[in-house]
Design a protein around this ligand. Structure first.
Ligand SMILES: CC(C)(COP(=O)(O)OP(=O)(O)OC[C@H]1O[C@@H](n2cnc3c(N)ncnc32)[C@H](O)[C@@H]1OP(=O)(O)O)[C@@H](O)C(=O)NCCC(=O)NCCS
Length: 199
């Protein structure tokens, strides 16, 4: 996966020297090493992933080691508010058997949920991934009971494709998942980002 230098909206792309994928209420930027202490706090708090996602306890050392070895296609983005407050993460992970698609995952800290932030972040990452890659499809899976996640995906133009029966072991149970996707031909064009390159 190619990560271009910059893609920006009409607005200027840098804030305090950071490179941002800019939306109206949130920006995305690549997770840096300095974000790892906060990220570690987040993922070791069971409320962060919530009742429909895995428990994922990891030491700071494990997190740092994993971060150092991330291939570009597994890089995570921090979701931040316009004032720079970090409120969650979003990522696209490559599934390369047939070459054409990525799976995204996303989480917002509990106190910032229900404000439309993730819906905007998903639209931004979809724009970004289709603009920066030749991939043809972006997919996501979600617990069938995770209504907020399904709403986010539907608002970003994803289509529910089907049911994956008892496919994820989450918090003591085998759970059914819905699989969603958006194809390049359905996306058609960027919704938030533009193709403009920074000079
Ligand atoms: C899923 C998650 C990322 C959504 O983030 P968010 O910023 O709260 O999402 P948004 O505010 O953009 O949208 C949430 C939508 O779900 C709706 N919603 C929230 N709770 C709901 C419920 N119990 N039933 C039905 N819809 C619900 C909201 O009304 C909103 O839809 P609307 O804008 O049409 O009104 C967040 O809930 C989260 O981090 N959950 C824990 C981790 C997780 O489940 N990640 C997804 C794994 S697939």
């Amino acid at each position: 996966m190619v990560f271009p230098q910059v893609i920006r909206t009409e607005a200027e792309n840098t804030t305090n020297g950071e490179r941002l994928l800019e939306g109206k209420n949130v920006n995305l930027r690549i997770m840096e090493k300095e974000d790892l202490p906060l990220y570690s706090e987040w993922i070791n708090n069971p409320d962060f992933y919530g009742e429909y996602d895995y428990l994922d306890q990891k030491s700071r050392t494990e997190i740092e080691k994993k971060y150092d070895n991330y291939p570009p296609e597994k890089r995570k983005f921090i979701i931040q508010k316009k004032d720079g407050t970090r409120i969650g993460g979003i990522e696209g992970e490559q599934h390369s058997t047939y070459g054409g698609y990525l799976e995204i995952g996303f989480t917002i800290v509990p106190e910032e949920r229900g404000k439309g932030y993730c819906s905007e972040a998903v639209k931004i990452i979809v724009d970004y991934l289709f603009l920066s890659n030749s991939l043809n499809r972006i997919q996501a899976v979600t617990d069938t009971r995770n209504l907020p996640s399904q709403r986010v995906l539907e608002r970003a133009g994803f289509m529910k494709e089907g049911l994956l029966r008892k496919t994820a072991f989450i918090r003591g149970d085998w759970r059914d998942l819905f699989i969603y996707s958006i194809l390049r031909e359905e996306w058609k064009e960027p919704k938030i980002l533009t193709k403009t390159e920074k000079k």
